[in-house]
Design a binder for this molecule. Sequence first.
Ligand code: OSB
Ligand code: MG
Length: 372
Amino acid sequence: MKIIEMHLLPVKLQLKNTFVSNHETVSRREVSIIGLKNDTGIWGYGELEAFSTPYYTPETQRSARLIIKETLGPLLKNVQINQPEEITNIFSEIAGNQMAKAAIETAVWDLFAKIQKKSLAVLIAQKIHTKSRRNVPVGISIGAKSSFAELKNAVISANYQGYQRIKIKVTSVEELNLIKKILQVFPDSTFMIDANSSFSLKIASKLAEITAPNLVMIEQPLRTTDFVDHSILQARITTRLCLDENIFSLDDVRTAYTLKSAQAINLKLARVGGIANALAIINFCWEHGLLVWCGGMLEAGIGRATNLAVASLLGLDFPGDISASSRYYSKDVITSEFMLARGMLSVPLGLGIGVTLTPKYQQALQDTTSFL
Ligand code: OSB
Ligand code: MG
């Protein structure tokens, strides 16, 4: 197969609820939809997940769109592609730029699944010699809250909707104290905390104190790229640490494993450069007893469908950050909605990612000129 057209459409979406983390406060989410057309006229779709600003990762929507158009796209021009995994190898001569790479790479996987007349979930499961589940248990990530009442209401709502695990963002020691109370008020809910790099080893004893039977892990408490302090902290606390911001590659996961910096990995397709790298990381984690689960980054419909295909893998059982569509945008880019039923989302059964752009976005994407 050859890719003969590449299209990129920037879209701005309005979040229903402002999302607060240590990095930034997001109310408007900018993503880009990428559309690839192959030489038999089949389209594959991907989503560029970089944020507008370089706080969470170095890439931004603008920087990644530039890299896609000027650097990555041209590497695929007139190239015969026989397997989706080849994309990662072709892109490996380009340093970094994981999210730009993932946007194209995931679209190529969608294309191949469609060519092979199967769902992306089934294609991915075959690649890693497991099965894909029809329904995936999921969790929710609640933005940081500065009052106990607000936090408590958000937890009650998450429980009412049926989420199987609740992640709470924390940006300060004061908020950590609120969460400590929440853990006691809701003994039957499963919680985790995500600090998005807001702490340092100075508060190691505070983090050691917060252990509770219903607190399953603490995500990225310390500085992005720091494996050493995370390792020191993990040795001092009984709660499992999970890395997010630190993980851009399998090499990073190997570093975390070797230094014992964490016992769990938040896996984001975009942050690790796409599906082939994600599968290599899943394999490594399964072989080495690291808990790996599917993270999220406020994706729109295309990105959520792609995540769900990966999260459907039998064995990737810990509920990920893939919530119902209703939790995110007032108007999404796809025609269908992901709805929560008994704490699960169902995996689309159609070909490829199994979701369709709304006519408006499909038209707008096709109206852009191909940059290939
Ligand atoms: O740290 O996991 C994170 C969203 C944007 C950037 C980073 C993170 C998150 C989330 C939200 O926690 C997960 C979701 O998409 O629901
Ligand atoms: Mg995180």
